[in-house]
Each structure stands twice: as structure tokens, then as C-alpha cells.
Design a protein around this ligand. Sequence first.
Ligand SMILES: Cc1ncc(C[n+]2csc(CCOP(=O)(O)OP(=O)(O)O)c2C)c(N)n1
Length: 180
Amino acid sequence: MATTTRTGTATREEYLQLHRWMCMAKALDDRMHILVKQGRAPFVGSSRGHEGIQVASTAALGADDWLVPHYRGLANSIVRGLTMKEWMLAVFAKAADPLSAGRNIPGGCYSYHALKIAPVSQVVASWIPKAAGIAYAAKLRGEDSVTLCTFGDGATSSFSGLIPASRSACSMTSAPECLP
Ligand SMILES: Cc1ncc(C[n+]2csc(CCOP(=O)(O)OP(=O)(O)O)c2C)c(N)n1
């Protein structure tokens, strides 16, 4: 769903949908914390407190755009179409898990090609050059798409070189990458 924050241009139903996505992410994240405390899930890369910005930024994408999210990007993925059931199939490492067929770190590392969610990594900032590459590939193919890449503030400092390199790659090539 492409939407906008300008007053009067989104419908009531669109605003409600944004709220539903935020509530869904919060509920799923809360459940992950419970499962980890119970020893039933090994890990949670919590998205707590990020729901608003993740939902708002991802809702502005269209179906042809790519998402290259932070490992805390559960709400980003929910807006792209990830369901609670699919997430839990990954958490419990089931073969039907569409993210990685039960083979990846649940709650941290995954990808979902059909939803245009590029592989998520725990290696801080490592996905930023990947996003620049996806954006550049789209430009070379003449596609009218953008790539949304998200990360934490820590990724902007100690591990960098990657961000300036990705930014200058995008500016030199005019690749349509969005680094919020
Ligand atoms: C290259 C690398 N160095 C160190 C770590 C260990 N580590 C995991 S999370 C994290 C903090 C990252 O901070 P930030 O980018 O702000 O994201 P946050 O998790 O706080 O949302 C660190 C240093 C890592 N995963 N990858």
C-alpha cells in the first residue's frame, strides 16, 4: 500500500491499516520475548519502539520496491506481507518456513524473495552496500523502483566506511536508494 502522511490524502482505512500493522508487530515482538524467556525460542532481535517508523517508511513502498532491513525490522517485513504464522514457522525452525526453510537464526536473519525482502544480516552495517547494489541494478535495468535500507545509529559510526561508500556509489550512479 503506497500512502502519504499529508493531511487529507490518506483514507481512514489506510490509517487504520497502519495502526493494525504496528499492533501486529508489537504483539509478535512481545510473544518473542515470552518464548525466549520460556526457552522455546533462542533469540529475539527486538523491534520494540521501532513500530511507527518501520510501518510508516515501508507503507510508502510499492510492490516493485526492495526492502533491505535492519535485523530489528520485523514491522518493515510485516508491512511487506509477512504473516504471524510464517514468522512462527521460522522461529520453530519448520520446513514450511518461507524465510529460510527453518535453517536460519529465527528472529534475526532471514530473507523473503517473493516479498522483495533482501537477506537480513546480524553483521552490523553489512547490508548497506547490498542495498546500494540492488538500487544500482534496478537503475541499470531501467526499473522505476526504490530500495529502502534501514539500520541502527551504531551502524553509522564504528563500522563505517560502508555508509559513505554506499552513499557515494548511489550519488555517482544516481541509484534510487533511500537511507533514512
Ligand atoms: C560488524 C559487527 N560488529 C559488532 C557486532 C556486535 N553487535 C551486535 S548488535 C551491535 C550494536 C549495533 O548498534 P546499532 O547499529 O545502533 O543497532 P541496534 O542493534 O542498537 O538497533 C553490535 C556492536 C556485530 N553484530 N557486527
